[in-house]
Design a binder for this molecule. Sequence first.
Ligand code: SF4
Length: 90
Amino acid sequence: MQNIDDIDIQPCIRSGYCCNKAPCYFGEVTSDTNPSCKFLEGNSPGNYKCGKYDEIVAGMPENNAEFEPAFGAGCSSALNPVRLKMKGIV
Ligand code: SF4
């Protein structure tokens, strides 16, 4: 676990929660009725991954991707229900 300015940062475990809820600045919704990002690859918690990862990383730091989607910065949602289930907390 990382600690930045006394805040514990939980590592990403590829739950897919964030990208299934809404796309980041670089993503797009799947459809008018499906808000998940159409670039999200994988089909279950633990194996999701960003299909634009290489493109987004190649544009850093000019594209400000270190702030969003902030790959590798850890989970920002302590209430992520998919994560909690994967960790056996709920
Ligand atoms: S990180 Fe990738 S998969 Fe997730 S919302 Fe952004 S572009 Fe889509």
